[in-house]
Design a protein around this ligand. Structure first.
Ligand SMILES: Nc1ncnc2c1ncn2[C@@H]1O[C@H](COP(=O)(O)OP(=O)(O)OP(=O)(O)O)[C@@H](O)[C@H]1O
Ligand SMILES: [Mg+2]
Length: 259
């Protein structure tokens, strides 16, 4: 796939983390949904977040681009605290891409328009420039031939690859993905995972919530295992899968790896 990759993403090597998460807490009423979360994400790092349902994975992901507020603690992107409103917040959303379980494409816009809209409106690209970039990205994710169709005319796997291309079109500093393959029919999961693996290898900084352990083993630099709003374990994939340190992680892995 990378052979016809015409939009290159530079791999930035830097010691400063791109995301700093420091003593972050959040409650929903009585529920302590994020309980003293501390972790960093380095430039070019691929972090896979796993854990049981309700453990706070989506909430953490959404807090990083401020789709959710936090009660206390700090989240920094490139050394800057998350803005709360206005232009700065729009800029943050442009810099931090998000791919959701449901593809969230604009139903009444073509695939090409879906991918050019943000770059034209937010990044100020000329239409011609935005379309050239969009076509290259659609090519990269393998759906260039669908450019003039509408989302409903594409399969789920194709739509999710468009969503990834749309996110890349903003030239984000990092991409958050929350269970990007869990709404897909089984035969479409791999075509999306292949794109995600290629993206990870290209040096994109990624935080991915997923139950796809093959992807985690192949692409993750680090696994974060969450339970009950806490980070229970953080480790390199090999260590985590072969030698989980906590009983919570062992129990979780025994459940998901046996079927
Ligand atoms: N807006 C909300 N109001 C109240 N409770 C919420 C809200 N959003 C999430 N929760 C609760 O917070 C907890 C964590 O939710 P979250 O969606 O972050 O979990 P998750 O780890 O992503 O789970 P899953 O694997 O099922 O997606 C859950 O118990 C959920 O019911
Ligand atoms: Mg979730």
């Amino acid at each position: 796939m990378s052979s016809h990759n015409t939009v290159s993403i530079p791999t930035i090597q830097s010691d400063d983390p791109i995301v700093v998460i420091d003593h972050v807490d959040k409650h929903y009423g009585e529920l302590h949904v994020l309980n003293d979360i501390n972790t960093n994400v380095g430039h070019g790092e691929v972090v896979v977040v796993i854990g049981p349902s309700g453990s706070g994975k989506s909430t953490l992901c959404r807090a990083i681009n401020r789709l959710e507020t936090i009660d206390s603690g700090t989240i920094l992107i490139d050394g800057e605290p998350l803005p709360s409103e206005g232009k700065a917040l729009a800029q943050l959303r442009a810099d931090v891409g998000m791919v959701f379980q449901s593809f969230n494409l604009f139903a009444h816009k073509t695939i090409l328009e879906n991918v050019t809209l943000g770059p034209i409106k937010v990044r100020g690209l000329k239409r011609e420039e935005a379309e050239k970039q969009a076509l290259a990205l659609l090519e990269r994710v393998g759906v260039a031939s669908q450019a003039n169709k509408y989302p409903a005319q594409l399969s789920g796997g194709q739509q999710q690859r468009v969503a990834i291309a749309r996110s890349l079109a903003m030239n984000p500093k990092l991409i958050l993905m929350d269970e990007p393959t869990s709404a897909l029919d089984p035969e479409m999961i791999n075509e999306v995972l292949d794109v995600m693996v290629e993206l990870a290898r290209s040096g994109m900084t990624m935080v991915v919530v997923t139950h796809e352990m093959g992807f985690a083993r192949k692409a993750a630099d680090r696994i974060i295992f969450m339970a009950d709003g806490q980070i229970v374990e953080e480790a390199r994939p090999d260590d985590f899968f072969n030698n989980p340190k906590t009983s919570r992680a062992r129990e979780f892995l025994s459940k998901i790896l046996t079927h």
